[in-house]
Structure formats: structure tokens, C-alpha cells
Design a binder for this molecule. Structure first.
Ligand code: CA2
Length: 150
């Protein structure tokens, strides 16, 4: 069974409750339920963690070592600021897919740079809640292609 940790960064707990024009009307609980369901369909198991605190997300990444095969992360605004999250992902060296609800490159220039992207397998940005689902499938397909996990 492939085990995947899905990390949600700051303010994503407000999804569906504020700024629906940018972030949609789907709540984080709905996204988590969707991911759990999708994971089951492909023989994987998802654990989710949302935090508004950088260190808690760093701890979550560290704790995934030896427990999970890969990470899906929407680091929220920490995407653009956090060397600590980038270093944590690099340190555990777990395959990681970066996801974003909005299309970062259609937005303000400060959102165009990601500290996570250089340590991720790839990035999916702009498909709303589907970015997470696409990210999960991309990660599972990558992991299944690894000879030791097939
Ligand atoms: O598009 C994304 O997924 C982002 O990671 C969302 C972050 C933003 O800082 C990134 O540049 C792009 C913000 C998440 C804030 O979520 C909210 C949800 C509802 C209401 C207010 C904020």
C-alpha cells in the first residue's frame, strides 16, 4: 500500500468560507475526503495535515520519513517564502508534488517564485481542488514506476 502525506499550508483551513472568487467554494474537509476516495481507487492511503505554522509543517515532513512514500504539498504563502520547507523536503528526499489551487503565473509577480519547485518532482497549479487530485495521481504513477515499489 502506497502511503502519501498531503500537506496544506497557512490559511487553507479557510477554504470555502472566504474569497470564493479566487479559491472556490470547496472546503478543505471536502478536498481531504476527495483525496481519500481517489487514493483508495488507486490502492494508496492518504494522510492529511493542515497547519498555519511553518514549524509544524516542517515536523510533518520530517515525521513522514519512514512512514510515507511521497508527499503532495500546497504550502500556501510559504511556497514563496520558506527556505525551511524547501530544506525539509530536500532533507527527507521523499518524492514530492507541489500543488496550487490558483494559477500562480496569472497572479501577482511575488507568487511566481516557488522555493518548493526546485525540490519537487513537478508542480500543478490552477485547477482548483482538481490540482490536488491530479497531483495525487501524478505522484502515485511516479511511485508505481519505481522498480522497488511496483
Ligand atoms: O493557489 C494556491 O493554492 C496558493 O497556494 C494559495 C495561497 C497563496 O498564498 C499562494 O500564492 C497560492 C493562499 C491560501 C489562502 O487560502 C485562503 C482560502 C480561503 C480564504 C482565504 C485564503
Amino acid at each position: 500500500m502506497l502511503k502519501i502525506l498531503v500537506l496544506h499550508g497557512p490559511n487553507l483551513n479557510l477554504l470555502g468560507q472566504r474569497e470564493p472568487g479566487i479559491y472556490g467554494t470547496t472546503t478543505l474537509a471536502t478536498i481531504d475526503a476527495l483525496l481519500t476516495q481517489e487514493a483508495t481507487l488507486v490502492g494508496a492511503e492518504v494522510t492529511t495535515l493542515q497547519s498555519n505554522h511553518e514549524g509544524i509543517l516542517v515536523d510533518g515532513i520530517h515525521n513522514a520519513l519512514g512512514q510515507c512514500h511521497g508527499l503532495v504539498i500546497n504550502a500556501g504563502a510559504y511556497t514563496h517564502t520558506s527556505v525551511a520547507l524547501r530544506d525539509a523536503i530536500a532533507a527527507v528526499n521523499l518524492p514530492t508534488v507541489e500543488v496550487h489551487l490558483s494559477n500562480l503565473y496569472k497572479r501577482e509577480p511575488f507568487r511566481h517564485h516557488s522555493h518548493i519547485a526546485p525540490v519537487a518532482l513537478g508542480q500543478i497549479s490552477g485547477f482548483g481542488a482538481d490540482s490536488y487530485v491530479l497531483g495525487l495521481h501524478a505522484l502515485v504513477r511516479y511511485l508505481r514506476a519505481q522498480p522497488d515499489l511496483a
